[in-house]
Design a binder for this molecule. Structure first.
Ligand SMILES: Cc1cc2nc3c(=O)[nH]c(=O)nc-3n(C[C@H](O)[C@H](O)[C@H](O)COP(=O)(O)OP(=O)(O)OC[C@H]3O[C@@H](n4cnc5c(N)ncnc54)[C@H](O)[C@@H]3O)c2cc1C
Length: 444
């Protein structure tokens, strides 16, 4: 689709989930797409936490001809329990129609469709080129760290400068569309908004995460952690709650005896307190700011957290936490929204966590990245205006952002924080609905 040979249709910075979702869709629509990824290998490991796939991912997969049926077990409902004196009382049930999968499974599924990359870690059939005769080319370059960009207004192209970390050489690509999908610490965002850096703020609580084969649970655990249901167990007395759901094993299988129970335990912990510092300091003595990766946790820190589990978690959870102890990891929960997502007349766009990092409670960040890819193709093809794109994307991420905050603070925050988050969520929803009443839907 390029009018000159040396101009790329689309260059994407960052080859994780958001970059690949956009990459696969643009490629299927006939664009030649190059992904620049700084990591040194095609083989990547998940952080052993699940990923929820809902309506927008399904829409994107349908549109790109990718199957969603075999990436993980389906999910139907979230069950909210209160833990009172060690007993569980169900409070309410909410629908969550989706599929739960693992990061690696989704990553390799998208790679198989993007550049036909197949690995024995997660084997699957590579789609045949003849199945998609009109698609463009997909190139995935590892070792490629983007360092700067330039917009040439007169030519309407973007120059993307990157270092090849394998050969210590520098290169430049020219593109009509640059997609910044380089995550929460986005280089592209920092280059575009030098005077308006985003404030990534610690939420005041940490997420302790891990997985456990479901067949290692007792009968009580198996009864609570069953297919299609995600139990959320709140313990407001100690400002903590857990969420659990089933995901496939690392090799992609998800028969009932093969699934993993994925658990996330949100626990209040004030910033820079001794517990925070101890928990986020790894076995080698390095203090991590946002994520302590699997396998790096100091055994003493985990033992201390197990003590908390024994005192505060109800039976099915404490059993699981005890058994999980091989590979837990921690995230210090944080969030932000960048002030802008479209730059240089639509020639540079930020997507995924480069644009907005919502707290993980709603499980919809991959969904938002899929929505961005779907509308982005339409904006590039002139089916919607850039104003429509910007407004719709901002509305959707902002709603998810405040919904997630409210969800988390419902158990983890004080009364004032809960009220404030609820008001903010209500206000954003009200503003969007009012504007739709007055001016119609942003994208009809
Ligand atoms: C290896 C890996 C494993 C993960 N595992 C899980 C998991 O198990 N569960 C879960 O919930 N979430 C996981 N995540 C996080 C999850 O992908 C994100 O939370 C979310 O899906 C948003 O993804 P993203 O693509 O916007 O950003 P990210 O996933 O953060 O990806 C950003 C990508 O951009 C690359 N990048 C950054 N700067 C540059 C640069 N200057 N030049 C080139 N490339 C650059 C990074 O290496 C990274 O691959 C994982 C992320 C990674 C990278």
């Amino acid at each position: 689709m390029s009018d000159k040979k040396d101009i790329h249709d689309v260059v994407i910075v960052g080859g994780s989930l958001s970059g690949l979702l956009s990459g696969v869709l643009f490629k299927r629509r006939g664009y030649n797409v190059t992904i620049l990824e700084q990591f040194h290998s095609d083989i990547r490991k998940s952080q052993a936490a699940g990923i929820g796939l809902t309506d927008q991912v399904r829409k994107l997969f349908n549109s790109a001809g990718v199957s969603l049926d075999d990436v993980g077990p389906s999910m139907k409902q979230v069950h909210f329990y209160d833990s009172v004196n060690g007993k569980l009382e169900i409070k309410r049930v909410e629908p969550y129609p989706g599929v739960m999968t693992g990061w690696t499974i989704l990553f390799y599924r998208l790679r198989a469709h993007f550049d036909r990359f197949i690995t024995p870690v997660c084997p699957q059939r590579a789609p045949n080129a003849s199945d998609y005769p009109d698609e463009g080319e997909g190139v995935y370059k590892t070792h490629a760290k983007v360092t700067s960009i330039e917009y040439l207004k007169s030519e309407k192209v973007v120059l993307v400068h990157y270092d090849d970390l394998a050969t210590s050489t520098s290169h430049t690509l020219k593109t009509r569309l640059l997609i910044g999908a380089d995550g929460g610490n986005s280089t592209i965002r920092k280059l575009l908004l030098p005077s308006r850096p985003v404030l990534r703020k610690y939420a005041g609580y940490m997420a302790w995460r891990g997985t456990l084969p479901r067949n290692q649970l007792s009968a009580l655990g198996k009864d609570i952690y069953r297919p299609g249901i995600a139990p959320v167990i709140a313990n407001p007395a100690v400002k903590a709650y857990t969420m659990t759901y089933l995901i496939p094993a690392d090799d992609g299988r998800f028969g009932l005896d093969e699934t993993l129970v994925n658990f996330v335990w949100y626990d209040y912990c004030s910033a820079n307190s001794p517990v925070y510092v101890k928990s986020m300091t790894d076995v080698d003595g390095k203090l991590h700011r946002w994520t302590l990766p699997p396998g790096k946790m100091d055994p003493d820190a985990w033992e201390a957290q197990l003590g908390v589990a024994r005192k505060t978690l109800p039976p099915p959870l404490d059993e699981m936490v005890e058994k999980i102890s091989d590979r837990p990891f921690i995230t210090a929960v944080s969030d932000f929204i960048a002030p802008e997502c479209v730059f240089h007349d639509g020639h540079v766009v930020l997507v995924g966590e480069a644009f907005c990092m919502a707290r993980p409670h709603s499980g919809r960040s991959t969904n938002e990245a899929a929505r961005q890819a779907l509308h982005l193709v339409d904006a590039v093809e002139g089916k919607i205006t850039w104003r429509q794109y910007r407004t719709e994307i901002r509305n959707c991420v902002t709603l998810n952002f405040y919904y997630s905050r409210m969800f988390g603070l419902w158990t983890l925050g004080g009364r004032f924080a809960q009220l404030w988050a609820g008001l903010q969520y209500w206000w954003v929803g009200f503003r969007i609905r009012l504007s739709e009443r007055l001016f119609g839907k942003v994208i009809p």
